[in-house]
Design a protein around this ligand. Structure first.
Ligand code: 3PG
Length: 216
């Protein structure tokens, strides 16, 4: 069993790999490997595959096995049992839109880096007390966006956020300019139409633009 601090350090190290984490919802698992390769070629190695489709775990398995340059993890983790499923599939981190005691317990038991989601100061304080130093802020745009992140910078000094939800190529730079933003998450780098049509060049170009964004 790992200490929470170790998991948080490991999550921070993953978030440090790129300014943007693509949030991927895979309908056909066969698309996962070429999609992952396009994103990695563009400069985004950290990939979150949401557990919202039947294909998700097989997609994680395929990317973990066939795209060694990628750091693939699972998003939309809602059930403690999913940590073990993700670990068996080769996933290296887990992301949740929120947080429960059961999820934190499962993360600790599995030793898997975990990025829990918050929307309020009190939720962030609970997770801070549990030793989490890096949190997903979700749904970022709907929950206060840049204004929220700026406002909590002083009172929640020491916490860093990965805002996700409603972030676009246009709004990402302003988030990344904030000192308490570790990275941002978003689906804009992998539009579903481009995935469905196998337009990997467009996705690589979107990834390259996102990878070039500067962080504070
Ligand atoms: C999601 O809920 O799908 C992720 O947070 C990504 O959100 P987005 O599609 O608004 O980027």
């Amino acid at each position: 069993m790992e200490r929470q601090g170790d998991m948080t350090d490991a999550m921070a190290a993953i978030a440090a790999r790129a300014p943007v984490i693509p949030v991927l919802t895979i309908d056909e698992h066969e698309t996962a490997v070429p999609l992952a390769r396009a994103l990695v070629r563009g400069g985004l190695p950290v990939l979150e595959i949401t557990l919202r489709t039947e294909a998700a775990l097989e997609a994680i398995r395929a990317v973990a096995a066939e795209v060694p340059e990628a750091v693939v993890g699972a998003g939309t983790v809602l059930d403690p049992r999913q940590f073990e499923q993700v670990r068996r599939a080769g996933g290296r981190f887990a992301v949740s839109p929120g947080y429960t005691d059961a999820l934190a317990g499962a993360a600790r038991s599995s030793g898997m880096p975990f990025l829990p989601g918050v929307q309020t100061v009190s939720e962030a304080m609970v997770l801070r007390e549990l030793g989490f130093g890096i949190l997903k802020f979700f749904p970022a745009d709907a929950a206060g966006g840049l204004t929220w992140i700026k406002a909590v910078g002083a009172p929640l000094a020491g916490l860093r956020f990965c805002p996700t939800g409603g972030i676009t190529a246009e709004t990402a730079p302003a988030y990344l300019a904030l000192p308490n933003v570790a990275c941002v998450g978003g689906s804009w780098v992998a539009p579903r139409v481009a995935v469905a049509t196998g337009d990997w060049q467009s996705i690589e170009r979107l990834a390259a633009k996102a990878a070039a964004l500067k962080r504070r």
